[in-house]
Design a protein around this ligand. Structure first.
Ligand SMILES: C[S@@+](CC[C@H](N)C(=O)[O-])C[C@H]1O[C@@H](n2cnc3c(N)ncnc32)[C@H](O)[C@@H]1O
Length: 214
């Protein structure tokens, strides 16, 4: 091949080549199983009959990151009536942690083995594959702001946790939450994708990143 033939081959500038490489890298990321939107928080629409009010993306992310930090390496996280936190954990591709979603809404059964049907009215009616005290942290957001709902849900939480609890619920539940679960209110204020009439708070029973000044 002569020099003049070489000169005819179109060449990309280094800038265009870098852009092309970046494009291919992005396409490769999108092709990873699980990056298909199945885990996007909000992909399953709110059903207000079931008291479903999803967190904002930012709150779901902060709670998921807090759960990972609290659970530790290879930790086990139970998301009880808090599907957005489970979805965010999976969206983050934290394959090093184990996460389960305990939910009444069977639409979340799309998550397979990690879905556990759960009704707070039967707090200890859980499958045999879920042993007592088998989660490093339980993240929980009970569906109703009532003493009965919090009391029954607390039974489940105490059964599941090895110690750590991260509760999100109304500010009005502070005293009952302290009595039932020994949790204290955090400085971090959870937000929802829609504005809610009730003030919400996070409560923990351990030294948590959510307690820092924001
Ligand atoms: C206040 S929402 C909390 C959702 C949270 N903010 C999130 O974004 O993940 C309450 C959750 O409780 C679930 N729920 C409704 N009825 C329930 C029941 N009987 N037992 C357990 N959970 C129930 C709803 O499906 C919903 O996911």
């Amino acid at each position: 091949m002569s020099d003049s033939e070489d000169d005819d081959i179109p060449q990309l500038s280094s800038h265009a080549l870098a852009a092309l490489q970046e494009f291919y890298a992005e396409q490769k990321q999108l092709a990873i199983p699980g990056r298909d939107g199945k885990y996007n928080a909000g992909v399953i629409e709110e059903n207000w009959q079931l008291s479903q009010f999803w967190y904002s993306q930012d709150t779901a992310l902060q709670l998921a990151q807090e759960a990972v930090a609290a659970a530790g390496e290879g930790g086990r996280i139970a998301c009880v009536s808090a599907p957005s936190v489970y979805q965010k954990l999976r969206e983050l591709h934290r394959e090093d942690i184990t996460a389960y979603i305990f939910e009444y809404d069977r639409r979340f059964a799309v998550y397979g083995e990690e879905f556990v049907f759960y009704d707070y009215n039967n707090p200890l009616d859980l499958p045999g594959r879920i042993p007592e005290h088998s989660f490093d942290i339980v993240v929980v957001d009970p569906p109703y702001l009532s003493e009965e709902c919090l009391r029954k849900t607390s039974e489940t939480v105490r059964f599941l946790t090895r110690g750590k609890i991260l509760l999100c619920t109304g500010a009005v539940m502070e005293e009952q939450a302290a009595q039932l679960l020994g949790v204290k209110v955090c400085k971090f204020i959870p937000e929802h994708s829609r504005n809610l009439a009730n003030e919400f708070r996070c409560y923990v029973n351990y030294d948590s990143g959510l307690d820092c000044e924001t």
